[in-house]
Design a protein around this ligand. Structure first.
Ligand code: C2E
Ligand code: CA
Ligand code: CA
Length: 374
């Protein structure tokens, strides 16, 4: 709520201020954006300051008996090296901050002329994505999800691919983040949903029995007003029951306490979709989220699955996630299973569902049909 938000802003401001020198100027541009001017400081001073600010955010804020975790992303531009014009310096700092965010929050970046280049590359990429949507360069692949014990197909995750006429296959990690910076990601999401339902209809008409089908929905799309309407019209268009589908969201999407996310989650759930929390354990996982957001399923992030064989800590974490899921009545999938040993340990820990290269990489339609036949 507003009150807690205001408190957080004040406390955050205080922490930033504590790191600054008496002569530095700190102001809030609006929302959660601040600008600090350090006159007569060397780039080294700037370096020290941003690291101190980031460290100052490492302890959670206590607000209304709750612990709030928040991070800072910082961009730095230097006078007169980068520019002598104040406006340009702010734009450059902003570009650098964008870059820091891209690296994963809680980081900082200095402006380099390279960033200007990168900014242009981004624009190119955005135009490329628009073009790709128009020219049908996107397609979907399907990755089987399995029950360990019976070795049966329990689900399929739909994953997006971009076949670029010159650059070849571009993996989603290279363009989803860029698309996420604008409403392009919503258009992509609309396309993925339409294509998925269309394919499901084709398979159903061919007489295949389908396991439930999971689709990734980006945080930005989850926040949008149009998502729910799209989901209901697309499923109706192809006569697909939402009960046959699962919406995968990341914890990240839930960190935003916006009312639209809350409302959308409820509506999606009420329509009958299964809701799965992707990459679990990587973000600010909180038991609270699982309960509050009516999640049905948790996907254990592949970094933990990867660590199962060699890291006792990861084994403990996975056991704890399993216990948690059991207690809350959630189903579980272990992601990124690449070998028998990982599968065995997962199974012994009580995680019965898996997905990963060990069983199958994401595959194209024909090959998926082979699986459906089996
Ligand atoms: P994700 O949702 O966590 O998807 C799982 C990723 O792990 C996929 O990469 C998959 O190919 C890969 N993977 C599966 N099994 C294994 C394994 O055993 N080992 C390893 N190392 N990797 C495995 P992909 O297809 O490149 O997708 C990457 C990410 O891009 C996805 O992560 C998801 O966040 C995003 N993405 C993909 N398709 C879509 C989409 O349609 N919409 C949105 N919004 N995001 C998508
Ligand atoms: Ca996923
Ligand atoms: Ca994942």
């Amino acid at each position: 709520g507003h009150e807690a938000g205001d408190l957080l802003l004040m406390m955050a401001t205080k922490r930033i201020k504590e790191q600054a020198r008496a002569t530095d100027i700190l102001c809030r541009l609006g929302g959660d954006e601040f600008v600090m001017v350090m006159e007569g400081a060397s780039p080294q001073d700037g370096h020290r300051l941003v690291r101190d600010i980031i460290a100052a955010f490492s302890t959670p804020f206590e607000i209304q008996q709750q612990r709030i975790y928040c991070t800072a992303s910082i961009g730095v531009s230097v006078y007169p090296d980068d520019s002598t014009d104040p406006q340009t310096l702010v734009v450059y700092a902003d570009l650098a901050m964008y870059r820091a965010k891209q690296n994963g929050r809680n980081d900082f970046e200095f402006y380099t002329s390279n960033l200007n280049f990168i900014a242009h590359q981004w624009l190119d990429m955005e135009n490329g994505i628009r073009h790709a949507l128009k020219e049908n360069q996107f397609f979907l692949v399907y990755q089987p999800q399995m029950g360990i014990e019976k070795g049966k197909l329990t689900g399929v995750e739909v994953l997006l691919r971009w076949r670029h006429p010159e650059r070849g296959l571009i993996p989603p990690l290279e363009f989803v983040k860029i698309a996420e910076q604008s409403s392009l990601i919503n258009q992509i999401g609309d396309w993925v949903m339409d294509e998925t339902c269309k394919q499901m209809r084709t398979w159903l008409d061919k007489g295949y029995k389908l396991p439930r089908v999971s689709v990734n929905v980006s945080p930005r799309h989850l926040r949008s007003d149009s998502l729910v309407k799209m989901l209901s019209s697309v499923t109706a268009k192809y006569g697909i029951s939402p009960k046959m589908m699962c919406i995968e969201i990341t914890e990240h999407a839930l960190l935003e306490e916006g009312d639209t996310v809350k409302k959308n989650m409820r509506l999606i759930k009420d329509m009958g979709f299964i809701i799965s929390l992707d990459d679990f354990g990587m973000g600010h996982s909180s038991l609270l989220y699982l309960k509050r957001w009516a999640v049905d399923e948790v996907k254990i992030d592949r970094t933990f699955v990867d660590g199962l064989v060699n890291s006792p800590e990861d084994r403990v974490i996975v056991k704890a996630i399993v216990a948690l899921a059991d207690a809350l009545g959630l189903s579980l999938i272990g992601e990124g299973v690449e070998n028998q040993l990982q599968a065995d340990i997962l199974s012994q820990s009580g995680c019965k569902n898996v997905q990963g290269y060990f069983y199958s990489p994401p595959i194209e339609i024909k090959e998926m049909e082979g699986w459906l036949k089996k």
